[in-house]
Design a protein around this ligand. Structure first.
Ligand SMILES: Nc1ncnc2c1ncn2[C@@H]1O[C@H](COP(=O)(O)OP(=O)(O)OP(=O)(O)O)[C@@H](O)[C@H]1O
Length: 870
């Protein structure tokens, strides 16, 4: 490009430091974008694209946005996944020799936002830094700049790291530039493929660098002091996140006060498929909160509470005591309805203190923000008073966490006017009485205004010019304006200042004196107010930690109240939690479906799962009967209980689960290039590899994505494996349309058959929705097809074929199930023999046996199994 004006040279030099951001180049009252940035931004922002040096053959495309209304444009670019580097003029153009100096003062990136326009109140906005440690360890550090939350953990294996990352749902992911995406394990690649990925230099991910950065930020002496001594990969991930934050936002971050180190085992483990399948925080189809468990339970009054509830449901607990503490608090709030309402009324008036704290800390809070903080804090004394009599341990400790912050409230009350303007540079923010010098200047300025009116009247009288006016103009200052026709009456002491089309402007000695005094005062007022405001904001920022703790306490209180409200309205019960392997639910309901069934009754059902007799519930039953709903409801009840919520049941006893696994439906993932069946098998394999005796498994129609024989065989073997493998002996709900699987209950002592009751009436099927012991005899698939509006001819023909199949009679050209495996008539596949006589089964079992590899214990178990088979 030939345009090498000094300005363009400066632009290109600055731009070269920010190749992956759109550079907002400040020129006077505009931010200008050039070249490729201009092409991209004009398209995304839908603004006019023009060019410098038009028609010269050396055109430079450019576009611009006014600096005072740049925020929505920045937000739109961020929304589209771009970064925006803000480059300001860093010296006064009047003082500049040559071209004015410019510098990038911050880079706004999707993962590092404090700008309200780009944030959703109910959602955290995370930057996630991932680092590869020794072996297959991954460090995982995540940060919400807007609230100051900063967490770190380490995970064994890429699948676990991808699972955790998916749960965090970051807006932006940071990786070392030395990591090639193509070299990463498939799980991580799949996760990263859908994210905005940014890079930091490899040296940032070094232990020493990370240690010094983190210790500096948190005033700690060593990695050990931060709790990161044994988490080297976590340490460097956290260091990288902090590096990226400093590089881009380039501002102090006093509101990020500490880093919370956590272990994955502290929470109920939910793999990404399970989170999706159970629709915990978003629906599967649309990814929306409405219709999810979160949507159904969220009655919070503040944004802080809404975000916290999402965290509680995303990270349910496994510790008995902390769960009980939450449940006791919900119970007490449920019983104290009036008090709960009063507390809610206060909470509703409380602003998002976490994010206010962030903006205050990063010096981007306005006078209105400080006043919003003040108005919120005013609620706290009364709220604490209402909280005081409550007994539950958690509520009691909240009363200690929530600091009324009287000093901060008083500081803002004294310092900031009640409704300050949005701008910080034009005065009118600082309250009278806060600063003596300011009050004096204001008096001068105020007096001055009266003076102008008096002077105008005096001059009109003296000159006899009734149309004479005293005007103010930014460039020329004050003047006396006299129209051309009256120029003859102008006194000799008037000094000409400016000539207009039909008037002249004059100044007098008196007016000049006044101007010096007043204009000086006004300018000084604006500067002084800005300085005083910054002083107040800094004083508040110095208390970031206290504000943060208070916000934390309020968020928890809000969530507990929300849970109590829902529990009361929907008639939930307090689950009895223990460390046993028993899940015993009486009259359980599906929380979301029940809430959506307006007017229609949701049929409650019991569940008993344990390790001794009811380890696997084999659920058969017609299509549409409610099998999936039933199984999900059990999983959701356990999850809710472990998050600290009451549950939709008449009574529930929940032996805490360490993991919940679900394999449900045909969750399409064709976009990722995996076949439905392949995905189904991968999910099932993950479950079998990872489930343990404390886990809960939901298997819905495993094996249905392939041929009937393959499907039955797989389902059968999976059920056997879960039953027989001591390490994997998880409590399991197993729904299937393969009625053959009910035979397993005869040979496996901890498998119990259940079915969903239906009534047949006039060739129609009526769903009773009640789970009863026993197996189903058929699926009523054809009846359901009729309900779905399938043409009558098809239904009739299907019935005919079904009858034939059932009676083993075939007509020419119609399907013959058993003969589909014609190619191996001599050697019936094991799938056949499963349903033959016990002797055949015994023979097959023995035939498969490899005695050489059996341990004595396995041999004994096998003998026991064989005995039970006969
Ligand atoms: N206990 C219940 N009370 C009232 N309605 C219910 C109940 N359980 C399920 N339903 C309703 O029945 C419908 C079918 O339920 P679900 O999908 O669980 O059936 P299914 O047995 O898994 O079917 P399929 O085998 O065809 O997948 C759901 O839309 C749900 O609204």
């Amino acid at each position: 490009m030939a345009d090498q004006t000094p300005m363009m040279r400066q632009y290109l030099e600055i731009k070269s430091g920010y190749p992956d951001a759109i550079l907002f180049f400040r020129m006077g009252d505009f931010y200008e974008m050039f070249l490729d940035d201009a092409l991209t931004a004009s398209r995304i922002l839908d603004i006019a694209l023009t060019s410098r040096n038009k028609g010269s053959g050396d055109e430079i495309p450019f576009c611009g946005v006014p600096f005072h209304s740049a925020s929505p444009y920045i937000a739109k670019l961020i929304e589209s996944g771009r970064k925006v580097a803000i480059c300001e003029q860093v010296e006064d153009p009047k003082q500049a020799k040559g071209i004015v100096r410019r510098e990038v003062v911050k880079v706004v990136t999707p993962g590092l936002l404090i700008e309200t326009e780009s944030l959703s109140p109910d959602e955290n906005n995370y930057l996630l830094a991932l680092s590869q440690g020794a072996g297959t360890t991954w460090g995982c550090a995540w940060l919400d700049l807007s609230t100051g939350e900063f967490r770190v953990t380490e995970l064994a294996g890429a699948a676990a790291a991808a699972g955790e990352a998916a749960c965090i749902a970051p807006r932006e992911v940071l990786l070392a530039d030395t990591l090639e995406l193509d070299d990463l394990p498939a799980d991580l690649r799949a996760f990263l493929g859908e994210r905005i990925v940014s890079r930091a230099p490899g040296w940032v991910f070094e232990r020493d660098y990370a240690t010094s950065l983190l210790c500096g930020q948190f005033g700690a002496a060593s990695a050990e002091a931060l709790g990161l001594g044994a988490m080297p990969a976590g340490l460097v991930a956290a260091g990288a996140a902090l590096y990226y934050l400093r590089e881009n936002r380039k501002s102090a971050i006093p509101h990020i006060r500490d880093i919370k180190v956590y272990e994955r085992t502290e929470h109920l483990a939910l793999d990404p498929a399970t989170r999706r399948n159970l629709e915990i925080t978003a629906t599967m189809a649309e990814g929306k909160k409405a219709g999810s468990l979160l949507g159904c339970l969220d009655r919070t009054a503040t944004a802080m509470g809404a975000r916290r509830l999402k965290q509680w449901l995303s990270y349910p607990l496994v510790g008995l005591e902390p769960i009980r503490r939450r449940l006791e608090a919900v119970e007490e709030l449920l019983e104290a309805a009036d008090l709960r309402e009063e507390l809610t009324a206060h909470l509703r008036e409380i602003a998002d203190l976490e994010r206010l704290n962030g903006r205050i800390g990063m010096a981007s809070a306005s006078g209105r923000d400080l006043r919003a903080l003040h108005d919120s804090l005013r609620r706290l004394p009364q709220l604490l008073e209402r909280l005081a009599p409550l007994q539950a341990g958690l509520l009691h400790s909240l009363a200690g966490t929530i600091d009324p912050l009287d000093d901060i409230r008083a500081l803002v009350e004294r310092g900031i006017v009640e409704s300050p303007p949005f701008s910080l540079r034009e005065g009118g923010i600082i309250a009278t009485g806060h600063n003596a010098e300011l009050d004096e200047l204001r008096a001068i300025s105020h007096e001055g205004k009266g003076f102008i009116a008096r002077l105008e009247a005096q001059e009109k009288a003296r000159t006899g010019i009734s149309t004479l006016k005293i005007r103010y103009n930014r460039v020329f200052g004050y003047s006396i304006e006299v129209t051309k026709s009256n120029l003859g009456s102008v006194p000799a002491d008037y000094i000409r200042r400016q000539t207009l089309a039909n008037a002249e402007r004059f100044i007098t000695e008196e007016l000049k004196n006044y101007e010096e005094k007043v204009l000086g005062a006004e300018e000084r007022i604006c500067d002084l107010e800005y300085a005083l405001f910054q002083e107040i904001r800094e004083q508040v920022a110095a208390q970031a930690e206290r504000i943060c703790r208070t916000a934390d306490g309020l968020a928890v209180l809000d969530v507990l109240i929300s849970l109590a409200i829902v529990a009361g309205e929907r008639n939930y019960c307090k689950p009895q939690m223990d460390d046993t392997d028993v899940i015993d639910i009486r009259d359980g309901r599906h929380p979301v479906i029940e809430a959506m069934k307006l007017g229609e009754r949701f049929v409650p059902n019991d569940t008993r799962l344990d390790a001794d007799e009811n380890q696997i519930l084999m659920i058969t039953g017609p299509n549409m009967a409610g099998k999936s709903t039933y199984m999900r409801q059990v999983a959701l009840i356990c999850l809710m209980a472990q998050a600290g919520s009451f549950v939709p049941a008449a009574e529930a006893r929940i032996g805490i689960a360490d993991r919940i696994f679900t394999r449900v439906g045909a969750g399409d993932n064709l976009a990722r290039g995996q076949s439905t069946f392949m995905l189904e098998m991968m999910e099932a394999a993950t479950i079998l590899r990872n489930a343990g005796p404390r886990s809960l498994i939901v298997m819905d129609e495993i094996g249905r994505g392939t041929s009937t024989f393959d499907g039955v065989s797989i389902a059968w073997a999976v059920a056997e494996y879960i039953h027989d493998t001591p390490g994997c002996r998880a409590r399991t709900l197993f729904a299937t349309h393969y009625h053959e699987l009910t035979e397993l209950a005869a040979t496996r002592e901890r498998i119990k058959n259940f079915t969903v009751a239906v009534r047949e009436w006039n060739d129609q099927v009526i769903f009773l929705r009640t789970i009863i012991p026993g197996g189903a005899s058929h699926s009523y698939g054809i009846q359901v097809a009729r309900l779905a509006g399938m043409p009558a001819d098809v239904i009739e023909r299907a019935k005919e074929i079904l009858r034939n199949l059932e009676h083993g009679e075939f007509e020419e050209g119609a399907p013959r199930l058993a003969k589909s495996k014609k190619s191996q008539p001599q050697a019936p596949s094991p799938q056949f023999s499963l349903f033959e006589s016990t002797e055949d089964q015994l023979r097959l079992r023995l035939k498969k046996l490899s005695i050489a590899t059996l341990t004595p214990l396995e041999a004994l178990n096998l003998l026991d199994e064989l005995k039970r088979m006969v």
